[in-house]
Design a protein around this ligand. Sequence first.
Ligand code: ZN
Length: 312
Amino acid sequence: MKKEILRLQPVFKQMIWGGERLGSEWHYAVPGEHTGECWGICAHEHGDSIVTEGTYRGKALSQLWKEEPELFGNVDSDRFPLLIKIIDAKADLSIQVHPNDAYAKVHENGSLGKTECWYILDAPEDGSLVIGHNAQTKDELEDMIKNGRWNDFIQEVPVKKGDFIQIEPGTVHAIKGGILLLETQQNSDITYRVYDYDRLSNGKPRELHVEKSLDVITVPARPLSDCIVSVGEIVKNQLHLLMDCNCYKVWKLEVDRICQFNQIWPFLNMSIISGEGKINGFSVKKGDHFIIPYKFGDVVIEGTLEAIVSTV
Ligand code: ZN
């Protein structure tokens, strides 16, 4: 087995709420207007990263996961467990909630549930997100949703660049317009739409999933202090842990000139969010997504850059 960094080709998704920044600011070859999502590291039926160079050039991440499990530390999972996206929300996303693994397995054909977290790459002055809700009981929840009491229901929270948010299954959430973020999530796209601001897509409202939402929404909502993670002061040139939960570990890394650490995890996903440099001689820049495989050994990064890093 070759201990090569796996550079991956992003997959883009056009969305009614998507903007232009993935093309204009991130210099991706986007497919057109309203490109809302860049799937940087993915092995899903709706998007599968292709390795762009080296021994595994042309292979899909889902295929490598099956054929070369030792690249990923032989993790016991029938699919690559994570999905990394950059999201450019020009308009508000629908208010939504995700099921946990147990619910998704029964109600969504064996799919994984979805725990996700967000690193805020950019936010306007008055930027905000919807996190949680104000219903105190299941009856109140049902009344608010079925009678459209959205102003009473929705809890909106101000956010700024550099904030980090953990969204457990059952947490009502929505990205608001103007926010650009990097999402690390379980490899699933099971989403229950609670409310879509009465918008039309191709002349029709998008489907809502009210009954499933009522099944899975946590009542009362988790305290905000569980969702908004204090990032703290980041020490440069070492991995700074943002989240360690049973689905993933996520770090922020700020490199100034040189940084070195040992790759002791099954695999490391890396997305460069600013700057440029070299990793063991391999050139990287803002917008690059790649995987450092199992037993890679010493990772030596030279340059000035910031990255979001994750593993299971
Ligand atoms: Zn979500």
